[in-house]
Ligand binder design. Structure first.
Ligand SMILES: C[S@@+](CC[C@H](N)C(=O)[O-])C[C@H]1O[C@@H](n2cnc3c(N)ncnc32)[C@H](O)[C@@H]1O
Length: 236
């Protein structure tokens, strides 16, 4: 995978997420048959064991993970994302949940975080890192803003290892998902980008290598749902 996808990717990506924002949550839950909720719960189970603190949710989108974290006792969450339309929907959800005191959503990119060093106990990113323009820089920024005892948790799609299941998965991701996603959102390219971006992402051992190169320690990868998704954990 290219380490820095460049300014054109950055602009295209922001426009794409702004364009699909209105249908994003619906399609997320429909296309994953609701399993995306379980994947975020698996990340939250790790956080629950950490006690409370201050969390930064990168690529927060419509704030599903930020809201989940804010519901855990003792957590205050800042979510950042470059796509304003995604954040606007997130703000509506935060207000509906009456969690404005616990969740703040800001426009920012993972590659340039507007926060002082060592200000968070936890940095999370759900289905965001594969979209970053410059992955090493974003991981460097995540590490910079973490306190010395801080933890990084990343959820990201990955390809299943079992050959038969992988074939079914590729057919679903490559043929069904772009069609249904395009039909519901009116943005077929955005849902054709999804399988492409997953195939191009350095998952598993390769992503653990990226984490270590960025200076993280104790990096682990837990495959979920036969490897369709992986939960990565690392310490600063
Ligand atoms: C697939 S969505 C995930 C949203 C949310 N975390 C979730 O679990 O539903 C990917 C998000 O990454 C955001 N994104 C893309 N490039 C980014 C960057 N460089 N820094 C931070 N977020 C970025 C997009 O705007 C989009 O909201």
């Amino acid at each position: 995978m290219e380490q820095n996808k460049g300014p054109a990717h950055r602009v295209r990506n922001r426009a794409m997420f702004n364009a699909i924002a209105r249908r994003y949550d619906l399609l997320n839950h429909v296309l994953s048959i609701g399993i995306d909720r379980y994947w975020r719960c698996r990340a939250m189970a790790v956080v629950k064991a950490m006690g409370g603190g201050t969390a930064l949710d990168l690529a927060t989108g419509t704030a599903d993970l930020a809201l989940g974290l804010a519901r855990l006792p003792g957590w205050r969450v800042i979510g950042v994302d470059p796509a304003r339309a995604m954040l606007d929907l997130g703000r509506t959800k935060v207000a509906a949940a009456q969690l404005q005191a616990a969740v703040e959503l800001l426009v920012a990119e993972a590659e340039g975080l507007p926060f002082a060093s060592a200000s968070f106990d936890l940095v999370t990113a759900a289905f965001g890192v594969r979209n970053f323009t410059d992955l090493p820089r974003a991981l460097g920024e995540a590490r910079r803003v973490l306190r010395p005892t801080g933890r990084l948790l990343v959820l990201e799609f990955s390809e299943p290892a079992a050959p038969v299941f992988r074939s079914i998965y590729r057919w679903y991701f490559g043929a069904v998902l772009p069609r249904v996603g395009g039909w519901v959102s009116g943005q077929r390219e955005a849902y054709a980008y999804l399988p492409r971006s997953v195939a191009g992402f350095p998952s598993g051992a390769a992503f653990l290598g990226c984490l270590r190169s960025a200076g993280f320690v104790d990096a682990t990868a837990t495959r979920l749902t036969l490897g369709v998704c992986t939960l990565y954990s690392a310490r600063r």
